[in-house]
Design a protein around this ligand. Structure first.
Ligand SMILES: Nc1ncnc2c1ncn2[C@@H]1O[C@H](COP(=O)(O)OP(=O)(O)OP(=O)(O)O)[C@@H](O)[C@H]1O
Ligand SMILES: [Mg+2]
Length: 280
């Protein structure tokens, strides 16, 4: 039987000023899954992620990570196994040099010097920052900081990797590289990937399943193509469909093509549909 990586039961979160950020959230993410939490600004995505690693505590309902209830006595263990990339990299980088930031986690795990060094170089190489290792993080560009934040999480070799808006401020090549890195981690180390984003175009490239979040509530859940090609639902969630889905929706509307299947949500799916149309 598949094991649960994260489980939320009837979770509510109200900020101390009274703002209700999440209501009645139910969610099950299994080990080895690639899941995206998709929603517009202010939907509650970051709040939801912070409940997973215990930075925030639900005001109602329960949160479990790898079978452990997210609370005081389990937090150390949970944070050792869950890597977290904050939305704002300044929340993650606090050492005098990038190198110290990247090896901070592995050092605190009590690993050997060689292993710490190996992990540090491996993580920096993965995000293409090995040449900047001696720079102070606050002197890095925003995109470089984002990559640095990702490297600090990678160096921990987490079982679950949580990323909050990982593509924000990345240039197009950085974006493609990130998609590659995440999928490689998933394939080679079976890392469970949980990404929060408002970037609907990246969602199908880094996830198989999606939870749609709007105004603190889960308003949709399912396989990427099923959910993202549901134009009514996407509209209801205050999002826009992927650009390729919009193109196909227009082609169908204009009567230029006919599709019996769901609209494509990635370029690869679009190519398959076109090949099929050419055959018919
Ligand atoms: N510390 C706080 N105190 C009070 N309200 C907060 C606090 N942090 C966030 N909020 C509010 O909680 C709601 C959810 O915020 P959250 O940051 O989780 O949204 P988000 O989906 O991550 O948005 P974004 O796409 O902009 O990152 C918003 O209405 C926000 O204004
Ligand atoms: Mg956020």
């Amino acid at each position: 039987m598949q094991k649960l990586a994260v489980e939320m039961n009837n979770v509510e979160f109200i900020y101390p000023d009274g703002l209700r950020a999440l209501s009645d959230v139910n969610l099950k993410i299994y080990e080895g899954e690639r899941v995206v939490i998709l929603g517009p600004n202010g939907a509650g995505k970051s709040t939801l992620l912070m409940l997973i690693n215990g930075l925030l505590k639900s005001t109602r309902g329960n949160v479990y990570v790898l079978g452990l209830s997210v609370e005081g006595k389990n937090l150390m263990e949970i944070r050792r196994r869950v890597g977290f990339v904050f939305q704002n990299p300044d929340d993650q980088l606090f050492c005098p040099t990038l190198w110290e930031d990247v090896i901070f986690g592995p050092l605190n795990m009590g690993l050997s010097k060689d292993e710490v060094e190996y992990r540090g170089y491996e993580a920096l190489k993965a995000v293409g920052l090995e040449n900047l290792k001696d720079r102070p993080p606050h002197h890095l560009s925003l995109g470089e900081k984002k990559r640095a934040a990702i490297a600090t999480a990678l160096a921990m070799h987490p079982q679950i990797l949580i990323l909050d808006e990982p593509t924000a401020n990345l240039d197009p090549l950085g974006y493609i590289e990130l998609v590659k890195i995440l999928n490689q981690l998933h394939k080679e180390r079976k890392v469970t990937l949980i990404t929060a984003t408002c970037d609907i175009n990246i969602a199908p490239l880094i996830a198989d399943r999606v939870y749609l979040l709007n105004k603190g509530k889960i308003v949709g859940e399912g396989l990427l193509r099923e959910v993202l090609s549901n134009l009514k639902l996407i509209n209801y969630a205050n999002l826009q469909p992927p650009i390729i889905t919009q193109l196909f929706a227009n082609l169908v509307k204009l009567g230029i093509i006919k599709l019996d299947k769901l609209l494509p949500v990635t370029i690869d799916e679009a190519i398959n549909e076109i090949m099929q149309l050419k055959k018919d």
